[in-house]
Design a binder for this molecule. Structure first.
Ligand code: ADP
Ligand code: ZN
Length: 208
């Protein structure tokens, strides 16, 4: 959906697990904005400092050019003031300033479209996404297909063992899983009580 008034600022978030089509949906919305002759700028976090420009690329190889920035605040300082639509991909890797930056841009009348993982591979809320989901005018939580059983998948399964929260890669490293098929590796942090809901014992999981 678009802001109802031209010039009315707005934050919308596209979220879900890996392979759910977040990048595809972001690219689709940005292409439509460009067709409507709106000025569009796109950003994603630079995970290393070798490049300043790149592409948002979906798993199905759709792509749009974007600028790589190290901190959320750079989106605000580098943005062309004439830009009407701001796209942000891989939002989970940005710092905690991202919601304030998005709010600032929306207050200036810009349409801010943010895509990012809501949970990491353990099911733990990821980076600035929880706050963004709360402050956005619109949230699209989309599903992938569970690679194990074919059900709608809201979780990302990591297939390799690592102590790092982020292991770059996609196919062969991660796959989409539903709640029943998702197996978080290692011990989830005790500060995340929703990871241990009452009645969640493995016997029930096997039978149900
Ligand atoms: P995301 O940005 O959410 O990781 P992408 O937009 O990059 O997702 O890729 C979505 C595309 O990935 C789908 O349109 C489909 O072609 C492909 N795909 C591969 N594995 C799956 C899966 N398990 N469930 C859904 N789509 C998948
Ligand atoms: Zn499943």
């Amino acid at each position: 959906m678009n802001p109802t008034r031209p010039g009315a600022g707005w934050i919308e978030v596209i979220t879900g697990p890996m392979f759910s089509g977040k990048s595809e949906e972001l690219i689709r919305l940005l292409r439509r904005a460009a067709i409507a002759r709106q000025r569009v700028e796109v950003f994603k976090p630079a995970l290393d400092d070798r490049y300043s420009e790149g592409d948002i690329v979906s798993h199905s190889q759709w792509r749009v050019p974007c600028r790589l920035v190290e901190r959320a605040e750079e989106i605000r300082t580098r943005l062309d003031p004439r830009t009407e639509v701001v796209g942000i991909d891989e939002a989970q890797f940005f710092d905690d300033a991202l919601p304030a930056v998005c709010g600032h841009l929306a207050n200036l009348g810009k349409r801010v479209i943010v895509a990012g993982l809501d949970m990491d591979y353990r099911g733990v809320p990821f980076g600035p996404l929880p706050v963004l989901l709360a402050v956005a005018e619109e949230v699209h939580k989309i599903h992938a297909i569970c690679t194990s059983c074919g059900a709608p998948a809201a979780y990302t399964q990591r297939l390799i063992e690592s102590d790092e929260r982020v292991v770059v890669g996609a196919s062969g490293v991660y796959e989409a899983r539903c709640r029943r098929c998702h197996e978080p590796e290692g011990a989830p942090p005790a500060s995340e009580p929703w990871l241990f809901p009452p009645g969640d014992d493995s016997d029930q999981k096997e039978e149900g």
